[in-house]
Design a protein around this ligand. Structure first.
Ligand code: MG
Length: 462
């Protein structure tokens, strides 16, 4: 990616993100946290705000800026330290907080950091709430309290244990322990390394942890894509493990390697979760985003439940899941949302769910994977001027008669043979994402070539 893409601060309804030093600074972090505090103070004069961060070295600087802003606004800060995003989310309603901030750039490399904001329920801010925070940020009308109005800072060390206990209460622990699974975990030197090794130990697994140090110096790109996980695949084979798991830096996501060392792809974590929940736990509707494999739909049809699609983003998927009372949902980025646990992507709870799947079925990971529906999905990004995206969408639409059109998040075309294509613009970067899926890789590559050429010619046509 071109370095000039990284110079702008990316502002979205779930928070801000940027490269430390060029886009994200203590100054704009301070402003944005003050905006969030002002938003919380509309409903509570002295809000309690939980604070957590991942392992990246800039987290300490961001932590100080965040604490300064919250104290100036008179908030009661309860700091959880370095914990995963789902660990923080589970703590929000449990501790009765009014909100929470996670300092993490999730799957982005070490030079990035970000602030994510949450509701009292533990869910991300919804669109309307996020827009209020953005408006307050741009208005920059913040009040710093007098000496007598300063907020306070305390520490809570219960969040990891509470999260573990909740997960253990949900799965069939004895059944999992009986199998004595050999597991490799790639913690990516991120926040997941604080909790997932403990979970695996309690589930009776013989665990090899790679990249378990909490340095935040990521040994590979933290996005849990196959191309970043060769170390995991090799370790699974070397140790003769039953399964391997890899987290991103804040462990809301998880990817799977089978006992044969095959990386099944980040979409298939959700496919596994859907298959297990619908077959062995609870029948109910399923929700995923517009960019995720239709294997999710195939499974929903197989078990006679509805499958809903939403625009991309945890808040969109979780919001729909809450509305319809979904049994399971998530996103094709390794994000499994299991509502019995909580309404947010939880890569740690997902590990327990996957191990329960293996234990209940009495099969190996590769046997389970072979039985699940599989299609060929391809994902690429293309440089494209942001202001021309609406024209691109219109043009692609005019070219594709006969397809079912969904325009809720960019453009998604689905064809009668099951092939689908989703074109969407990145939040603030001048790129478009092209995600498509077909029955076979040969067909997927053919479709990709057509659309790629169209996008590239349009990018240069103005
Ligand atoms: Mg993440």
């Amino acid at each position: 990616m071109n370095s000039n893409h990284n110079s702008a601060l990316m502002i979205s309804v779930s928070g801000i993100r940027g490269v430390i030093g060029s886009a994200l600074t203590p100054g704009n972090a301070l402003d944005f946290v003050q905006a969030y505090a002002a938003f919380l103070k509309q409903s509570s004069p002295k809000p309690t705000v939980l604070l957590a961060r991942d392992t990246r070295p800039s987290g300490e600087m961001m932590r100080h800026a965040t604490i300064a802003a919250l104290m100036a606004a008179g908030c009661k800060i309860v700091e959880l330290g370095i914990v995963s995003t789902p660990t923080l989310q589970y703590a929000i309603p449990r501790l009765g907080a009014d909100g929470a901030i996670c300092i993490t750039a999730s799957h982005n490399p070490v030079e990035w950091n970000a602030l994510k904001f949450f509701q009292p329920s533990g869910m991300y801010l919804d669109k309307a709430q996020g827009e209020q925070v953005i408006a307050l940020y741009h208005a920059k009308n913040f009040n710093c309290g007098s000496w007598a109005d300063m907020g306070s800072l305390e520490t809570d060390t219960s969040s990891i244990e509470a999260h573990l206990e909740k997960i253990m209460s949900l799965v069939d622990v004895e059944k999992i322990r009986t199998r004595k699974f050999k597991v490799v975990l790639d913690g990516c030197c991120g926040a997941g390394a604080t909790i997932s090794p403990l979970l695996l130990e309690r589930l009776g697994c013989e665990t090899t942890v790679i990249n378990g140090e909490l340095t935040g110096i990521f040994p590979h790109n933290p996005e849990p894509l196959n191309e970043n996980l060769t170390q995991l695949a090799n370790a699974v084979k070397m140790h003769g493990a039953d399964i391997g798991f890899a987290h991103d830096a804040d462990a809301d996501r998880v990817a799977i390697a089978t006992d044969e060392g095959e990386l099944i792809g980040e979409d298939y974590s959700l496919v596994w979760g859907v298959a297990h929940v619908l077959k062995n736990r609870q029948k109910g509707p399923v929700v995923t985003n517009l960019s995720t494999t239709r294997a999710v739909e195939t499974l929903a049809a197989q078990y006679g439940v509805e499958c809903f699609r939403t625009p991309v983003g945890d808040a969109n998927v979780s919001g729909k899941m809450k509305e319809i009372g979904a049994a399971i949902g998530g996103e094709g980025n390794g994000g499994v949302i299991w509502p019995e646990m909580q309404l947010g992507r939880d890569g740690i709870a997902a590990i327990a769910l996957m191990l329960e799947f293996l234990a209940v079925e009495g099969k190996s990971a590769s046997e389970i994977d072979a039985e699940l529906p599989r299609y060929a999905i391809l994902k690429t990004t293309h440089e494209f001027p942001k202001e021309r995206v609406p024209q691109l969408i219109q043009w692609l639409k005019s070219k594709e008669k006969g397809a079912t059109v969904d325009e809720r998040d960019g453009l998604r075309l689905s064809f009668a043979d099951g092939t689908w294509i989703h074109v969407r613009s990145s939040g603030t970067e001048p790129i478009v994402r092209l995600i498509l899926e077909a029955e076979t890789m040969e067909k997927a590559l053919r479709v990709q070539k057509t659309f790629r050429e169209e996008i590239e010619s349009l990018a240069g046509a103005w």
